[in-house]
Design a protein around this ligand. Structure first.
Ligand code: NAP
Length: 350
């Protein structure tokens, strides 16, 4: 089977490094192009990237040249698709230029809420992928598929089985978010060591709106869910991993055992199709009273599982649990790769 040629836009960044890790020896995709800003262009990857994740830089890319981000790279490398992890400030025109040529799987917020753009978590709303057909009206040869903000992904994965089994009236979530979520230059050490910052610009709004689109139903466009979601977001001195304390008003009363089983049994198309990046199980349930923890649990399922614990019935129909997910894998690059695998298996990639 011939692999599809792929490029990573923003290949030197926190998410870009996870793309490189996740695409190494991938059965469907062959990473042939690394693009970044003027700062990195022309350098070897090992010189341009401040590699900071476990394991060294894969040999396959270490000496590869980083190119200046330019849509002409599609023709130069004969790319079949691209993954994007560039800042939102530059994404609007850049991603449109790439999407007019090839399928573009984006981590950036720019196109997430547009009516004809799927906002996908592959193991939550895989059916929304067909929205890409609507983008033909833009006159593009490709399309944009987005994945949500990292903290939203860790929330909607456990919400989906709860919605299916019990129904949900409201959700209140408090996050404890790792530093890599802000990018390499994101939060100065002097601001965050020995501290918690109870503000992440735009994060609460993104969690509150994106989760409703993901949990919405697909018609001509997505009809957003009417669940009431409120979020309080905090930056904490943890390197990788977002922990979330979640309270949920379920539509009917429940036993804790039923919730545990709903989480343990949960699967969706990525698991059924056997997609290479699909976590099995999608949700890992911890019985210990002090789990999940970022340092111990963030790499569960190669960083793709959502770990849940401290599942409690606090009152009639009131559920409380903790969820933990790896923000740059499950919450970003891994989620994007899983979306592309889904698109590949479902015949959307040519
Ligand atoms: P980052 O570590 O700051 O990396 C940014 C990347 O974009 C670098 O490769 C950088 O290249 C490149 N870049 C910056 N300005 C550019 C320009 N003008 N033209 C071309 N390339 C440019 O950021 P990140 O954390 O990886 O985040 C990237 C995107 O993913 C953001 O939109 C972010 O909101 C989103 N996201 C991040 C996470 C997370 O957990 N970090 C999760 C979900 C979504 P140089 O190295 O050459 O400067």
């Amino acid at each position: 089977m011939k692999k599809l040629a792929v490029g990573v836009l923003g290949a030197t960044g926190m998410v870009g490094q996870r793309f490189i890790q996740g695409l190494e020896d991938h059965p469907y995709f062959d990473l042939v192009c690394l693009a970044a800003s003027e700062r990195s262009a022309g350098k070897k990857y090992r010189e341009a990237a401040k590699w900071h994740i476990e394991g060294g830089i894969p040999e396959s890319v270490a000496d590869q040249r980083v190119d200046l981000l330019d849509p002409g790279l599609v023709e130069e490398y004969d790319l079949d698709l691209v993954f994007s992890s560039i800042p939102a400030s530059v994404a609007k025109d850049v991603e449109a230029s790439f999407a007019s040529r090839v399928p573009t799987f984006s981590n950036t917020r720019t196109y997430r809420m547009e009516d004809d753009v799927p906002l996908i978590v592959a193991d939550v709303n895989p059916d929304h992928l067909s929205l890409v057909e609507k983008q033909r009206e833009r006159g593009w040869d490709g399309f944009v598929v987005t994945n949500p903000n990292c903290s939203t992904i860790g929330l909607v994965v456990p919400l989906k089985p709860l919605l299916d089994v019990f129904g949900i009236d409201w959700v209140n979530v408090t996050t404890l978010q790792g530093l890599s979520g802000a990018g390499y230059n994101g939060v100065p050490s002097m601001a965050v060591i020995d501290n918690i910052i109870p503000y992440i610009g735009g994060e609460e709004e993104k969690m509150e709106s994106e989760s409703l689109k993901i949990l919405g139903s697909l018609g001509d466009k997505v009809d957003c869910s009417d669940i009431q979601v409120t979020a309080s977001c905090n930056r904490v001195p943890v390197l990788d991993g977002h922990t979330e304390a979640v309270s949920v008003g379920l539509s009917r009363d429940f036993e804790v055992e039923e919730v545990v089983n709903a989480f343990k049994d949960y699967e969706n198309e990525p698991q059924r199709l056997g997609l290479p990046s699909a976590p099995c199980p999608a949700i890992l349930v911890h019985e210990e009273p002090d789990r999940p923890q970022p340092r111990r649990d963030r790499l569960a399922g190669c960083g793709m599982a959502v770990s849940c614990g401290r599942i409690m019935r606090k009152a009639e129909r009131l559920l409380r649990f903790y969820a933990l997910s790896h923000n740059t894998i499950r919450g970003a690059a891994g989620a994007s790769i899983l979306n592309a695998e889904l698109a590949y298996k479902k015949g959307f990639l040519g």
